[in-house]
Design a protein around this ligand. Structure first.
Ligand code: MOS
Length: 728
């Protein structure tokens, strides 16, 4: 039996509060933790079926028509089984959504580094040796690779206008007109992209490192030309994705095609360099931000004009303005987004697509305008919180920015801050503090799950993935809570398309969406138990394996009787987001030290106060926020994928040259959650937390640099050379 739910309106009931097991919203360890730390959790590349051959991707050295110059020679090399050069291979990673199919083709290379062949051999060594010998000729075709030089067509520009923005800019008591830039970023997940393909009776089994299995199965089926019903994708453990594994990448299709040709399993693992180049990057952005405020520091004009890039043929454009539409009140607004066509590696979703760079740069602009208005930056934001959605005539489902700002500044000790810049010095170090708000749109996505209750315990099944976020923990807690079992008697099985399709892990939707599907499946089982007990579901108390109803109390195993009870949950988003604006909110605070001698910036303190509805597990939620804050440090200070100016290829394509913050760069991070229930987020009243803390944390650091030493950085990252240039 399926319990269906469409979220069309608010849910005011708080049924979860009545549950007796008491495991939801508590700190809970990961059930998969011991497997991971002891190396027993098998990641994609660790599956090696009997008789597997090994493939290595070979890539184009230039842009243009592709020719393999010495294919026969390579095919004759020791151990080589085939050189696959098949136009069904994919050009770059897909986006992992229902309506964006991957772009295929190897006859023409659209960017330097595009995979155009797969060399398959008996051993990985033979395959990489032969792949290194394969001579690919491609090049000669010119194309813009530098931002500002690419083609922008009308259909790649979207504008929205409210009121009279230009008049607001002319008449503002204080105005700002500044241009900011961010560089390309990569997801840089630790686990490399990998695929092991095996065919049996016309059916493909693919072990791969992916985030959205129900879409990934369709993408693969479409690329190799089989029915999706004949494809099974498995990804029970994924070592980070951050968007780069939302859709299938080159190795998956290549492995599937080669395995079918050869009649044996084929394993393809991307090298670290390939991970940096053939998946998707976050586009560089150029953002012109114009703001006008009246004498009281209330925004009268808000303009955000963003430019991002992608390859021709790609639909994705970094949604830079996503939060600018609702973050602050201003009666006169102009938002404009353009996408230019550049022949760099494809761009796509990287953790918090849109807000990560959009909110961050907007929050720097807000700091600049607060300063020229002579208003404290926290107060400036408090004054500009909208009553309702400033562009659509709908209310917010809940709005917690003021609470986050107030509680966060109290916790950080913001009140002690001198208003002026360059007030504190310790030896060569200038010390300063800065803050920024956080916004991230909230979504629910369709999700299904199946739950079985037997005398042995509870089993949850969905194709949902856990990309390191804590899905195993949270789904365990939900099932345990709803069915009155201790967590160690609940088993969660994920990452297999043979299970009901969950939401997938992306866009911070996983815990709330797939969690609600599990919740619904449990509702269905609770109803069956209640019927057997002769009471209503609402009157049923389940705790520690016992069912209680009025003055009757039985072992759940007795109530179940013979067969296991089964429930199926199906969540659909519904019309809720047409009726309300829904977001998560937060406030970031940073203290930095800036060397007057070298321009080096050290982050001394970094704190975030967040509201994201009900927090299902504070430990895994906090861990997500630690990750996002660390990304904020990287975005502010070190991370930039550099492109060669001649041909656009990625230059710093490894962990030595693409600088991620490591332990020595990260201070103790302070994360707190503001108690919130969002009635429009379904029966759990929980929203997504995964990406919120990267939205603006980098701005708190940039604003702190300015407060410390007076240097305003508008081009990220704030590397020592840029800071030093300002100090001089
Ligand atoms: Mo996320 S960038 O939607 O995996």
């Amino acid at each position: 039996m399926t319990e269906e739910l469409k979220i069309d309106g608010p849910t005011q009931a708080r049924p979860e509060d009545a549950h007796a097991q008491g495991v939801l919203s508590r700190e809970a360890a990961r059930p998969d933790g011991p497997l991971k730390v002891s190396g027993r959790a098998a990641y994609a590349a660790e599956y090696l079926p009997e008789g597997a051959a090994h493939g290595v991707l070979v890539r184009a050295p230039g842009r243009g028509k592709v020719r393999l110059a010495n294919r026969a020679e390579v095919e004759a090399m020791q151990g080589v089984l085939c050189v696959l050069h098949d136009d069904r291979m994919v050009r770059n990673a897909a986006q992992g959504t229902a309506n964006e199919a991957p772009v295929q083709g190897v006859e023409w290379a659209e960017y330097v580094g595009q995979p155009v062949a797969l060399v398959v051999a008996e051993t990985p060594e033979q395959a990489s040796h032969a792949a290194a010998r394969l001579r690919v000729e491609a090049g000669g075709s010119k194309g813009a690779v530098t931002p500002g030089e690419g083609e922008v067509t009308d259909e790649d520009v979207t504008t929205s206008e409210t009121g009279d923005f230009e008049a607001a800019m002319r008449e503002g008591a204080q105005t700002l007109d500044a241009t900011y830039t961010t560089p390309s970023h990569v997801s840089a997940a630790m686990e490399p992209h990998a695929a092991i393909a095996e065919w049996k009776d016309g059916c493909l089994t693919l072990h791969s490192a992916l985030q959205m299995l129900k879409f990934n199965r369709n993408e693969i089926a479409d690329c190799v030309g089989v029915d999706p019903g004949n494809v099974r994708v498995l990804a029970p453990y994924v070592g980070g994705g951050f968007g780069s594994k939302l859709g299938i990448s080159a190795e998956a299709v290549a492995a599937a095609l080669a395995a079918r040709d050869l009649g044996r399993p084929v394993r393809v693992v991307q090298t670290r360099r390939q991970v940096f180049e053939v998946n998707t990057r976050r586009s560089e952005t150029r953002q012109r931000i114009r703001l006008a405020a009246d004498r009281d520091g209330r925004l009268t004009g808000l303009g955000h004009d963003a430019l991002a890039s992608n390859l021709p043929g790609e639909d994705f454009a970094e949604p830079v303005l996503q939060a600018s539409h609702f973050s602050y009140a201003a009666p006169n607004r102009r938002l404009r987004q353009s996408a230019e066509r550049l022949f760099r590696p494809a761009s796509g979703s990287v953790r918090a697509p849109g807000e990560a760079v959009g909110v961050t740069m907007f929050e720097i602009a807000m700091d600049e305008l607060a300063e020229s208005c002579g208003i404290d930056p926290v107060e400036f934001r408090l004054r500009n919180i909208p009553e309702t959605d400033p562009e659509r005539d709908v209310p917010f489902s809940s709005h917690m920015l003021a609470e986050c700002l107030t509680e966060g500044s109290h916790r950080f000790g913001w009140a002690d801050r001198p208003a002026a810049t360059r007030q504190r010095q310790e030896g060569e170090w200038w010390i300063g503090t800065g803050m920024a708000a956080a916004f991230r749109v909230n979504l629910l996505m369709e999700a299904e799950a199946r739950v079985r209750l037997s005398p042995e315990g509870v089993v949850v099944e969905t194709d949902m993935t856990d990309i390191g976020t804590g899905t195993y923990s949270i789904l365990t807690q939900i099932a345990a809570e709803r069915l009155g079992h201790p967590p160690d008697r609940c088993e969660v099985r994920l990452g297999d398309t043979d299970f009901p399709p969950g939401s997938g892990a992306g866009g911070s939707v996983g815990a709330a969406s797939t969690g609600t599907a599990v919740w619904l499946a449990c509702t269905e089982i609770r109803r069956q138990l209640a019927e057997a007990m002769g009471c209503s579901e609402a009157d049923l108390t389940l705790k520690d394996g016992r069912a209680t109803c009025g003055n009757r109390s039985l072992d759940i195993a007795e109530v179940i009787g013979d067969g296991p009870l089964e429930g199926h949950g199906h969540l659909q988003p519904g019309k809720a987001l047409k009726k309300v604006r829904q977001s998560t909110f937060g406030a970031h605070f940073a203290e930095v030290a800036v060397s007057d001698v070298t321009g080096e910036v050290r982050v001394r303190r970094l704190a975030g106060t967040y509201a994201a509805g009900r927090i299902l597990n504070p430990r895994t939620a906090r861990s997500q926020c630690h990750g996002g804050l660390t990304w904020g440090i990287g975005m502010a200070l070190t991370e930039a994928l550099e492109h060669d100016r001649r041909d656009g290829h990625a230059v710093n394509r490894d962990f030595a040259e693409y600088h991620l913050p490591v332990n020595a760069d990260v201070p103790d991070l302070d994360v707190e959650f503001v108690e919130e229930r969002d009635d429009w987020a379904g029966p759990m009243q929980a929203k997504g937390i995964g990406e919120l803390s990267i939205c603006g944390s980098g701005a708190a650091i940039i604003n702190a640099i300015h407060h410390a030493c007076g240097v305003r950085v508008r081009d990220l990252p704030a590397t020592p050379d840029r800071v030093l240039a300002g100090l001089a």
